[in-house]
Design a protein around this ligand. Structure first.
Ligand code: NOJ
Length: 571
């Protein structure tokens, strides 16, 4: 169903939607083998629906040797046996649809696994029909892989090197080969025929490499070749081909992951007469405390986080659309990172307010809604994520071990990948047997069961935020504006549509701070529709008419991580 938006463009289901991301291996184990699976997901669909989200994005659930936990696919048309089978997938899809939840699959087409039959054939030799499915060279260029070392691996059977922008076990597909693109279209159809509702497209802005694969800048680590493969010469053309297939099936959402892409470039894919995607996943706001990867940290700057968020908001304001997120499987947990574990509840809620009311489609990552935090291991051997291990081995190697481990603790993707904490029973209710990966020992205090009982929990707060957002056209379509961008403690932004305004104030400081009220709001009558420091029962109506009016002063003294949302009617 589509209708007209305030801007005159068509309103699609994903404009109004919020997404819940599942990283299946750690979500819920239904068959008792210690590994999350689709049986477990099936049992949790009611819970997911109860959050008020509208769709599930599955990180890859296909067969994979798991060199990069699913992002190295060996069969695009099946389900990893650890997670179930196609029949179970269909059951999940069907039940999800009954509950009003759409299903979005991860489409990883920049690379496959080196165990994918295409690659096994391709490496056999230059006579093989699959010889040009990958990028082979007699002489490698100087590009580095994102996971460290050269982006090229020698293959004896061909006496050639193949390109892998990520792990050695993730050879890059040659998208310039029309046969490869036909294969991709076949995969898209396969899943759309099954009834899925969209795709999140992994590192999609890397799929078209510059002809000749010129050398990159030698002295830049890791990303030295990026200007030759990011937003490449044929990207738009290839994406339109994939888009055309999706369009045959209706309003299929296409969400592109776009590392290192600017907001302007992202907009060019989304807005205009011939969009090739519906929204992009930006990384800019996730670099407010690091250089390129969380493993190269710098002090957290709220100012630079706000700047990145506002840049994307403003760039997409007219005809574009944003995806909104703070957590996913590629980053450590936000309370440990941008908030404070000692102000666990408040900072968890304030962080929710900081992004959920911006303009776009919000994403919530499993465990974020209960405030899960980073895991701390004592030895590097306990970490499993390839990026963490590679970073550990390549940077800061001269430092004492405790410092190096501390860096991993602050940066590892593994913190997002520990089993979901469902209750206080053994293994956090994730599994009946010992899970494949360590449960965070704080599961006794942080889990779904406790937060279901606590009327003021982070979980209930997420539900309220999502419900409030969904009810309001202003929060859906209203104009975004940021105030006091240089304030390094408080994030102040508004959403406005006609006379209806929302004023969102949120402190990301562990100190009491003065929140300034923007001039045009001072002295106006407002209604507090959400606060992270008051009983949530006060806001349960979701109807501003039930709330007391108050006159907005010039400044308000905020407690640490205090967050408020006011509704203000002008005129
Ligand atoms: C982005 C994915 O989100 C990440 O988990 C993966 O390692 C890389 N792409 C490579 O597929």
């Amino acid at each position: 169903m589509t209708s007209r938006t305030e801007e005159g463009s068509e309103e699609k289901w994903y404009h109004r939607a919020s997404l819940y991301q599942i990283w299946i291996r750690s979500f819920a184990d239904g068959n008792g083998d210690g590994i999350g699976d689709l049986y477990g997901v099936y049992g949790k669909l009611d819970y997911i629906a109860s959050l008020g989200v509208d769709a599930i994005w599955f990180s890859p659930i296909y067969p994979s040797p798991n060199a990069d936990y699913g992002y190295d696919i060996s069969d695009y048309r099946n389900i990893h046996p650890d997670y179930g089978d196609l029949d179970q997938f269909d059951r999940v899809l069907h039940r999800a649809h009954e509950l009003g939840l759409k299903i979005i699959m991860d489409l990883v087409i920049n690379h496959t696994s080196d165990e994918h039959p295409w690659f096994l054939e391709s490496k056999k030799g230059e006579e093989n029909p699959y010889r040009d499915y990958y990028i082979w060279r007699k002489k490698p260029n100087n590009w580095n892989s994102f996971f460290g070392g050269s982006a090229w691996e020698y293959e004896g059977t061909r006496d050639q090197y193949y390109l892998h922008l990520f792990a050695r076990k993730q050879p890059d597909l040659n998208m310039d080969n029309p046969r490869v693109r036909e294969e991709i279209k076949g995969i898209i159809r396969f899943w759309l025929d099954r009834g899925v509702d969209g795709f999140r497209m992994d590192v999609i802005n890397f799929i078209s490499k510059r002809e000749g694969l010129p050398d990159g800048i030698p002295w830049i680590p890791a990303v030295n070749g990026v200007m030759h493969f990011k937003d490449g010469p044929h990207l738009r053309e290839y994406l339109s081909e994939f888009r055309a297939v999706c369009r045959e099936y209706g309003d299929i959402v296409q969400i592109g992951e776009g590392p290192l892409t600017s907001a302007r470039t992202a907009r060019s894919y989304i807005a205009g007469e011939h969009p090739v995607m519906d929204m992009m996943i930006s990384f800019d706001h996730m670099m407010a405390d690091c250089l390129f990867t969380e493993y190269l940290p710098k002090p957290f700057s709220l100012v630079s986080m706000k700047k990145a968020m506002t840049r994307w908001q403003m760039t997409m304001a007219d005809g574009g659309w944003n995806s909104l997120y703070l957590e996913n499987h590629d980053h450590p947990r936000i309370i440990s990172r941008y908030g404070s574990e000692s102000h666990w509840k408040e900072s968890g809620k304030a962080l929710a307010v900081s992004y959920l009311f911006q303009k776009g489609t919000p994403f919530v990552y499993q465990g974020q809604e209960i405030g899960m935090t980073n895991i701390r291991f004592r030895s590097i051997r306990e970490y499993l994520d390839i990026a963490s291990i590679e970073n550990f081995e390549r940077f800061f190697t001269g430092q004492p071990m405790h410092k190096r481990l501390n860096r991993i603790h602050h940066s590892s993707r593994d913190s997002a990948r520990t089993p979901m904490q469902w209750d206080g029973s053994e293994y956090a209710g994730f599994s009946r047997t010992e899970p494949w990966f360590s449960v965070n020992p704080n599961y006794h205090a942080i889990n779904v069961a406790i937060e279901e009982q606590d009327p003021d929990s982070i979980l209930q707060f997420y539900r309220l935020c999502l419900a409030l957002r969904k009810k309001s056209r202003t929060l859906l379509w209203g104009e975004y504006r940021e105030y006091y961008p240089r304030d390094d403690r408080i994030f102040t932004y508004t959403r406005s549509l006609g006379k209806n305004h929302y004023l969102i104030l949120c402190s990301l400081s562990r100190l009491p701070s003065f929140a300034r009220i923007p001039e045009e709001y001072r002295g106006r009558t407002a209604r507090l529709v959400l606060s992270d420091q008051e009983p949530l029962s006060r806001f349960a109506h979701l109807d501003p008419a039930h709330y007391e009016r108050e006159k907005l002063p010039g400044v308000i003294l905020f407690r640490p991580y205090e967050a408020r949302v006011y509704q203000v009617r002008f005129g």
